[in-house]
Every structure is written in structure tokens, then in C-alpha cells.
Design a protein. Structure first.
Length: 131
């Protein structure tokens, strides 16, 4: 596979996760709140429904690492934490973002821009290489 394939698949994954999260926002907020309370029944649901998605992305990142598209010192678990952390944070702060900045994760333009930023930061960072 090519770097373009890797980038396209990563972009599709991030876009889809943001879309699913945005369309199920109330349920997702409840689920994450309950997991944080460490309720055994909720943790079982989380493990059955959400953890497999994390594992799929981890395997994807491990394969990309073996192919040389991800630097060898990067750990797929932490890459996943960054991706899912950015997505869940946007959802959790949805009302505040709407109130303070007039944007929210339910808006298609915002979702696209969020997705683009997550992927672009992962692929290229935020520091300019030239000035």
C-alpha cells in the first residue's frame, strides 16, 4: 500500500468516527460519563462495543508502522489516544463550543474541519519547517 492509501484510510476513519459520535452525541456522553464512574455493567458494554474499534485502529497503525508510514518510535496505543481524545473532547465540549464560539460538532462544516485538523496534525504536525 502507498502513503496515499494510508492517508486516505486514516482520513475516512476519523471522518466516520466524528460523524458517528456527532449523530449519537447524547448517548455517547452518557456512555463516557458512566465509564468514568467505573460502573461494571457500563464497562462491559464499552468493552464489547467501543474497544473493538480501538483495536482495529491500533492494528491499522501497527501495519502502517511496519510499512514505514508511521515512525518507529511512535506507539499505536498513544496515537489512538490522541485520535479518540480529540474526537471525544469535541463532543463533550459541544455545548460550550456552541455557546462560546458559535460552532459545534453537529455542524457538517465543523466536523470536516475537525477531521482535517486531526489528520493533518497527525501526518504533518503543526510546526512549519520553513519560515
Amino acid at each position: 500500500r502507498t502513503r496515499a492509501d494510508f492517508e486516505a484510510r486514516l482520513r475516512l476513519f476519523v471522518e466516520e468516527m466524528i460523524s458517528v459520535y456527532a449523530h449519537q452525541l447524547p448517548l455517547a456522553k452518557i456512555m463516557f460519563r458512566e465509564v468514568e464512574c467505573d460502573r461494571p455493567e457500563t464497562c462491559k458494554i464499552f468493552a464489547a462495543e467501543f474497544h473493538p474499534i480501538f483495536v482495529v485502529l491500533q492494528k491499522f497503525m501497527e501495519a502502517a508502522k511496519k510499512s514505514g508510514w508511521v515512525r518507529k518510535e511512535m506507539d499505536p496505543i498513544f496515537i489512538n489516544q490522541i485520535i479518540f481524545g480529540a474526537i471525544t473532547h469535541a463532543g463533550r465540549m459541544d455545548k460550550m463550543m456552541k455557546r462560546q464560539m458559535g460552532i459545534n460538532v453537529r455542524e457538517p462544516k465543523f466536523r470536516q474541519k475537525l477531521s482535517d485538523h486531526i489528520v493533518d496534525v497527525l501526518l504533518g504536525g503543526i510546526v512549519r519547517t520553513e519560515k
